[in-house]
Design a protein around this ligand. Sequence first.
Ligand SMILES: [Fe+2]
Length: 371
Amino acid sequence: MKVFQEKPVVETFCCAKEFAEAYNIGRGDFILASRSVYEKYFVPLKLEAHVKYKGKYGKGEPTDGMIDDLLADFRQSGCGRIFAVGGGAVIDMAKLLVLDGDARAEKYFLREAPLKKVRRLIAVPTTCGAGSEVSNVSIAELSSMKSKLGLAADEIYADAAVLIPELLTELPYFYFATSAIDAFIHAIESYLSPKANLYTEMFSERAMEMILSGFGRILSEGEEARKELLSDFLTASNLAGVAFGNAGTGMVHAISYPLSGKYHVAHGEANYQFLTAVFAFYQKECPEGKIQKLNRFLGRNLGCGDWEVYGELARLFDQIIARKKLREYGMEKEEIEVFAESVEKSQGRLLSQSYVKPTAGQMAEVYRKLW
Ligand SMILES: [Fe+2]
């Protein structure tokens, strides 16, 4: 039984220039990037690479249609090496470019086309949340399913995960906060996954410690304090990515997908809406299991008793970003059951990685509580 692997080489560079020189980026290289970061840090370097901005393909999180358009541009470019410079959406989209063949994105996601890696991918995250640079997962909204689906396959691992804290300098506070909370959720969900083990727990624990301590500092010193913590948050996100890349995420991610898919709520923000309600459900359903170890760990880090860690987490995170009622995002009451059933139908992979595998009825209960 495989317990752990960390496939991409992890590298750090002080700045974009040092990175571009080390890789000798030029003709024959294809770069998919977030426009704002690329224009500020890479355009002055006058690279001769073939550059496409993610915005060309659509706003927000990837859909199979957006990836199809990207695949068409890439196949026309004749490039061999791929660089993804952006948040989770950019890296997730670029992961499909390493694959052989001329299939549409949906075929790869449904595994109806063979997955054969034939190109190198260098992933450069510009948020501190997704951890996609070290995971073997790509997530997209499939129009035929009207829901998100994750493709988890070793063939789509990046070859290198490159951390450049400079690229996060201009990241607005809201995106910084939601992505950091997403990273925390990767760490905490993978910690309780049935696939967790000593190796993945070490990565989860360190990531949670670094994020909680960073948030503590931001709350006492103000939002601007994050600028001194970018390297810590980028590293914590990477560690959490290694943990969930091996042990997986669970019910929080699964249950948030219909909300972020239909109402276009940012991934980290959508996840956060469900974090404490899902862990309260776990606590109620299986209080004697591994959650006790997690509660002791969180209690030590939050300076509170084991029995009050989720209330304390909510108190801390609510000061970082606000939680809303689900109806404030536009969700209709009638969608409570619809969402729960769609998660049961389409998120089997994530639900089986949950600490307690919920029924559709139990998920509807969580939605109802938060609606
Ligand atoms: Fe996530």
